[in-house]
Design a binder for this molecule. Structure first.
Ligand code: NAI
Ligand code: HPV
Length: 309
């Protein structure tokens, strides 16, 4: 650890294990790296996987805690998030890589890549064009904002579910409580919402029935947004076109689970945020937020304990 020369820089603890890259990110933002007892800021890196254990590192001196995840349901559901100290997530920081993965899953569904990869025989069943599709973005946060411009060259008609008002470049915006309205229209329903008590199981049997029978359900948010048993039934009954999921419930998806073998299901094992891209984006978020903390400016990704994200 290189000692900082500025004694007035706020003390930030990076833990629970040392992490050279994040310590460098703290110094880059104008903080100094200190032990947990002296720290006014705490930065947890991706190894901080046990909320209950990690929360013991937050002390009476702590004024700010940075989590490494965009989705923080494991922390909010334990009631560990407060407004004092303020807690921040990495919401939005992983937008480019996760949006790219969501885009890949849509194209794979359109072009039947999951079927071709499994076929092992010259079975010439064509896919379809993605160009000109109707895409519903269910949740419009950091990932949604990165996905929208990727759809533009494909001349997609985009519907967005958000309570933040009309979105530029989107044909129609509906409020969160009306999200079911977009389901019958979409060729691709893309789940990008945080997992909260309101969004848990938001896609169940009734919502799958609202979807077109050739529509694909894409999930890069959290597995718990979908009722998995209802999805398996809908796929078996041909009630939707297919499902491409980077996140599942349960997760990890156990070997032998029906989703592994459903012909129109495509599973990637929570890899939308590759490690190199994750680490670089988290370091940048830490630098940005330390700089804001030093300057008394609003932090990025402040978690609302009531809303759950
Ligand atoms: N597959 C992966 O590797 C990754 C998954 N994620 C997941 O994606 C989620 C979104 O990430 P970001 O866009 O960065 O976070 P974000 O916090 O910027 O966006 C979350 C969005 O959820 C929306 N939302 C909340 N309640 C809703 C409701 N009832 N109906 C519709 N939308 C609702 C919010 O309006 C917000 O726009 C995260 O919460 C996380 O669970 C994030 C990063 C990587
Ligand atoms: O940040 C998130 O919410 C993610 O899903 C990214 O993956 P992780 O939870 O860091 O393994």
């Amino acid at each position: 650890m290189t000692p900082t020369t500025n004694d007035h820089a706020p003390g930030i603890y990076v833990g629970p294990d040392p992490d050279d890259r994040l310590e460098a990110a703290v110094r880059e933002g104008g903080g100094q790296v200190v032990g947990p007892d002296e720290a006014v800021g705490v930065v947890f890196h991706s190894a901080a996987d046990d909320p209950a254990e990690s929360v013991g590192l937050v002390t009476d001196r702590t004024r700010w805690v940075q989590l490494p995840h965009a989705g923080v349901e494991r922390w909010t559901s334990n009631g560990l998030i407060t407004t004092d100290p303020v807690w921040t997530s990495a919401a939005g920081a992983y937008g480019p890589q996760v949006a790219e993965h969501a885009f890949a899953l849509m194209l794979a569904g359109a072009r039947r890549l999951q079927a071709a990869a499994r076929a092992q025989t010259w079975d010439r069943q064509p896919g379809r064009m993605f160009m000109g599709s109707t895409v519903a973005l269910v949740g419009y946060g950091g990932i949604g904002r990165c996905l929208l411009p990727m759809l533009e060259p494909f001349h997609c008609r985009v519907l967005a579910v958000t309570d933040s008002g009309p979105v530029d470049g989107v044909e129609r915006t509906v409020s969160r409580s009306d999200y079911r309205d977009v389901l019958p229209e979409a060729d691709y329903v893309v789940l990008l919402a945080a997992l909260t008590p309101q969004t848990q199981g938001m896609i169940g049997a009734a919502e799958l029935d609202l979807m077109r029978d050739d529509a694909w359900l894409i999930n890069v948010g959290r597995g718990g947004l979908i009722d998995t048993d209802a999805l398996v039934d809908a796929l078996r009954g041909g009630r939707i076109g297919g499902a491409a999921l980077d996140v599942t419930d349960p997760e990890p998806l156990p070997d032998g689970h029906p989703l592994w073998t459903e012909p129109n299901a495509l599973i990637t094992p929570h890899v939308a945020n590759p490690k190199d891209a994750h680490d670089a984006a988290l370091a940048q978020r830490v630098t940005d937020n330390v700089r804001r903390f030093v300057n008394g400016e609003p932090l990025l990704g402040v978690i609302d304990p009531e809303a759950g994200f």
